[in-house]
Design a protein around this ligand. Structure first.
Ligand SMILES: Cc1ncc(COP(=O)(O)O)c(C=O)c1O
Length: 357
């Protein structure tokens, strides 16, 4: 039995996308691929509000997150850490042999513009990483305010993971001055996993050109040279690129404003359901994510039992991530999810636990 996915990625896939993935194969050095690649990267540029480069990598997001470190971190990196994925990015930075410091926040708290300013004012860093939407804690950090601070530090590479926010909220890459914006497609894009997208500003490409040890697979220079021909350095996941092509068509048909409004509406709906049942939101209200709700298990319910019974009934439910597993639960409301889907999940939860009616 298929379990309908309410976990924060991968998420449910629309049948149109599955159909797009079964189109006949083409070769990536054929003209047909260049046409597809050009159309997809143009659509992504529109969605990301960027005139800079947009690259397609056949990888999960962490591949490119590592690639950005290898291409863009020179002297020392400030890794802003407020959850499991940002902690891991710090570890990745160190494992790439780079000098780096973790600037830590309690889980559930956002990265703040004040902390960014304080750290970068030391003059120690030539690069910083942060996660816009920490999927482990359901916290969305104030990216626009942080971007304002970053304008005071033009020599510091601004590297941002938008893995679980991109397409659900407005992230105007050029206006924010992001040097490399990175995301996978199995979250708010609602595509199967395996494709990652990243941008590179002119400044980022200049930095990369002089960087030693970029490796091959995620070498930004290789991506740029191939992108000039609407191509990728190595064989891409063409079926997923068909899927992205179709999803971009669907996203623009819905309209960006409408898509952002739908995500905001779903977030309100889920937060309303959770809090009206006596649960406390894990993040502070103004930093709650628009794509998933992370709730404290403040009623002390048996989350493992709930997860098991929901699974038996055909619903995949998440009982927390990393060190807050069992103490929190997360409900995703991103991609093609509708209120009807969520209401179906809530009805099933109430069937299992009538005290939550
Ligand atoms: C915010 C964030 N960054 C990075 C990742 C890692 O992505 P991937 O598993 O595609 O490498 C995830 C995965 O959930 C995530 O939520």
């Amino acid at each position: 039995m298929h379990k309908k996915l309410f976990i924060p990625g991968p998420v449910e896939i629309h049948p149109d996308i599955l159909a797009a993935m079964s189109l006949p194969m083409i070769g990536h050095r054929m003209k047909e691929y260049a046409v597809l690649h050009g159309r997809v990267t143009s659509g992504l540029k529109k969605l990301l509000f960027t005139d800079g480069r947009v690259f397609l990598a056949t990888s999960s997001a962490f591949g490119v997150m590592e690639g950005a470190i290898r291409n863009l971190v020179g002297t020392r990196c400030a890794n802003f850490c407020n959850g499991a994925f940002s902690d891991k990015w710090h570890d990745v930075t160190l494992r790439c042999g780079k000098k780096a410091d973790a600037i830590r926040f309690d889980w559930g708290k956002p990265v703040t513009p004040e902390a960014v300013e304080l750290a970068l004012s030391t003059g120690k860093y030539d690069s910083m990483t942060m996660i816009h939407n920490e999927t482990s804690t359901g916290v969305m950090s104030p990216l626009a305010e942080i971007a304002e601070v970053m304008k005071k530090f033009p020599d510091v590479m601004f590297i941002v993971d938008t893995v679980s926010s991109m397409s659900a909220v407005r992230v105007p890459v050029d206006e924010l001055g992001i040097d490399s914006c990175i995301f996978g497609v199995q979250k708010a894009f609602a595509l199967p996993p395996g494709l990652a997208v990243f941008t590179a500003s002119e400044k980022a490409l200049q930095r990369a050109a002089l960087m030693e040890g970029r490796g091959y697979y995620f070498d930004f220079m290789e991506f740029a040279a191939n992108d000039d021909k609407d191509n990728t350095p190595s064989t891409p996941c063409i079926s997923l690129i068909y899927a992205m092509d179709r999803q971009l068509e669907r996203i623009f048909a819905e309209g960006l404003e409408a898509r952002w409004a739908r995500h905001a509406d779903l977030a309100d709906y889920v937060r309303g359901w959770v809090t009206s049942r006596g649960f406390e939101l894990f993040p502070e209200a103004r930093y709650c994510s628009q794509t998933l709700t992370c709730s404290s298990n403040s009623r002390g319910i048996d989350l493992a039992m709930l997860k098991k019974k929901l699974g038996d009934a055909g619903f995949a439910f998440d009982d927390g991530y990393g060190k807050i597993k069992g103490k929190t639960f997360r409900i995703a409301h991103m991609g093609d999810t509708t209120k009807a889907d969520l209401s179906e999940l809530f009805s099933e939860i109430v069937t299992i636990m009538p005290e939550l009616a």
